[in-house]
Ligand binder design. Structure first.
Ligand code: PMP
Length: 365
C-alpha cells in the first residue's frame, strides 16, 4: 500500500492483526503484463469456442441471477459424481481447489490441531493452514524430492497430525506420489489424508486417487478446473471423498459460496469434456519436448514432470530469471526456497512460447 492510500488514524489506534497472521506473506505469484506468461501453470489456450458459446447461451436463456445459487450445487455435483462412478453425497465443489482445501482445513484442522506437509511443496498449503488456525508441521521429501512409503510413515509417526496434505503430481517438482506412499500415509495415521490432484489429468495415471478411495477410509481427493480444464479464470474445484466428509464440510462453507455462473460453467465443461480437454495430448508432447531440450543444455538440471510445468536448476537462477523477464518471458523463481537453490519453474506454453523460452534461455546461459 502506498503512503497516499494509507488509511487515516495512527497505528496505535488500529486493531492488530491476529498474532498468528503477523508474519504471513500474502499469496503473490507476480502478475506482470509480459508477452509470455509461464509462471502460474495455467493452460496457454483458452477453452474452445463451443464452450464460450454454450455458456453464453445458458446466460442468455435467462439464468436466474436475481436468485441465490443452489447452495449445494446439486446438478454440478451430480454430473461430477456420475463421471467418477460415485454417489452425489461423496462429491463437493467450491471456488477453486484452494477453497476446497481451505474448507477441509477449517473443518478438520483449526486451533490445537496440525497438518503435515512435505517440503518442497505447494506454497498455498501452509498459507491456507495458517489462515484457518491450523498448525503446520513439515517433513522433508527424500534426496530425489520424492515421497517414499518409508519417509511417509516416519513423518506421520513423528508428528501424529490430524491432517496430512500432499500434492500428486507435486508442485513445484512435477513428481507424482506413488499409491503405496499414499497408502503409507493413511495406514500410519488416524487423520484425514488429502491428496491434492490439481495436475492429475496431465499425468500417466489420472484415475489413481479415485481408485485409492475404494480402499482408504480417510482419503480425500481434491481436483480443479483451473489446469487441464482450462478454466483458471472461473474458480472451480471439487473433491471426491466419503460421504461423512461432505456432510462435515457443510458446517464451514459460506452461505451460497459457489455462484450460479460458475456452477453452470462447470456443467457446460463436463458436457463438452472431450473438446475442453482436447489439448492435453499436445501439452504432454510439449512437456516432453521442453524436457529433452532442457536436458540437452549443459549447465541445466531438469526434473521429470507429470504436470504442466518443469522444475529446472541453473547457475545464477536470479540472473537467469531477470534476463528471461527482459526478453518478455515470466517464469517462477524458487531459488530462495528451502532445498530448491538455483531452481526455476516454467509452465508448458504453446509451441511458440516454448520456443521463445528455450531460445532466450540458451542466450542467458
Ligand atoms: N493445488 C496445487 C498443487 C496447485 O498448484 C494449485 C494452483 N497453482 C492449486 C492447488 C490451486 O488451484 P485452484 O485454486 O485454481 O483450483
Amino acid at each position: 500500500m502506498t503512503a497516499a492510500s494509507e488509511p487515516a488514524g495512527s497505528t496505535a489506534t488500529r486493531p492488530a492483526v491476529r498474532d498468528d497472521l503477523r508474519d504471513v506473506e500474502p499469496y503473490g505469484a507476480p502478475q506482470l503484463d509480459v508477452p509470455v506468461l509461464l509462471n502460474t501453470n495455467e493452460t496457454p489456450w483458452s477453452p474452445p469456442p463451443a464452450f464460450h458459446a454454450a455458456l453464453a447461451a445458458k446466460i442468455a436463456e435467462g439464468l436466474p441471477l436475481h436468485r441465490y445459487p443452489d447452495r449445494d450445487a446439486v446438478a454440478l455435483r451430480t454430473a461430477l459424481a456420475d463421471r467418477e462412478g460415485l454417489a452425489v453425497d461423496r462429491v463437493w465443489a467450491a471456488n477453486g481447489s484452494n477453497e476446497v482445501l481451505s474448507q477441509l482445513f477449517a473443518t478438520y484442522g483449526g486451533a490445537g490441531r496440525s497438518v503435515l506437509l512435505f517440503q518442497p511443496g505447494y506454497s498455498a498449503h501452509p498459507l491456507l493452514a495458517t489462515v484457518t488456525g491450523t498448525g503446520v508441521v513439515t517433513a522433508d521429501l527424500d534426496d530425489d524430492l520424492r515421497l517414499t512409503p518409508d519417509v511417509a510413515a516416519a513423518a506421520v509417526a513423528a508428528n501424529r497430525p490430524e491432517l496430512i496434505c500432499v500434492a500428486s503430481p507435486n508442485n513445484p517438482t512435477g513428481i507424482p506420489v506413488a499409491p503405496d506412499a499414499v497408502r503409507a500415509l493413511h495406514d500410519a495415521s488416524e487423520g484425514l489424508v488429502v491428496l491434492d490432484e490439481a495436475y492429475v489429468e496431465l499425468s500417466d495415471d489420472p484415475g489413481q486417487g479415485r481408485a485409492l478411495l475404494d480402499s482408504l477410509d480417510r482419503l480425500v481427493v481434491v481436483r480443479t478446473f483451473s489446469k487441464a480444464w482450462r478454466m483458471a479464470g472461473l474458480r472451480l474445484g471439487y473433491l471426491l471423498a466419503h460421504d461423512w466428509v461432505v456432510a462435515d464440510l457443510l458446517k464451514v462453507r459460506l452461505p451460497y459460496h459457489l455462484d450460479t455462473i460458475t456452477q453452470t460453467a462447470g456443467l457446460v465443461a463436463l458436457d463438452l469434456a472431450d473438446e475442453v480437454t482436447a489439448h492435453i495430448a499436445v501439452l504432454v508432447d510439449e512437456r516432453q519436448r521442453l524436457h529433452e531440450a532442457l536436458s540437452s543444455l549443459a549447465p541445466v538440471t531438469v526434473w521429470e514432470s507429470a504436470g504442466n510445468f518443469l522444475l529446472f536448476r541453473v547457475p545464477d537462477a536470479r540472473g537467469v530469471f531477470a534476463r528471461l523477464l527482459e526478453a518478455g518471458i515470466l517464469v517462477r523463481d524458487f531459488s530462495t526456497k528451502p532445498r530448491l537453490e538455483g531452481c526455476l519453474r516454467v509452465s508448458v506454453g504453446t509451441p511458440e512460447e516454448n520456443d521463445r523460452f528455450l531460445t532466450a534461455l540458451q542466450e542467458c546461459l
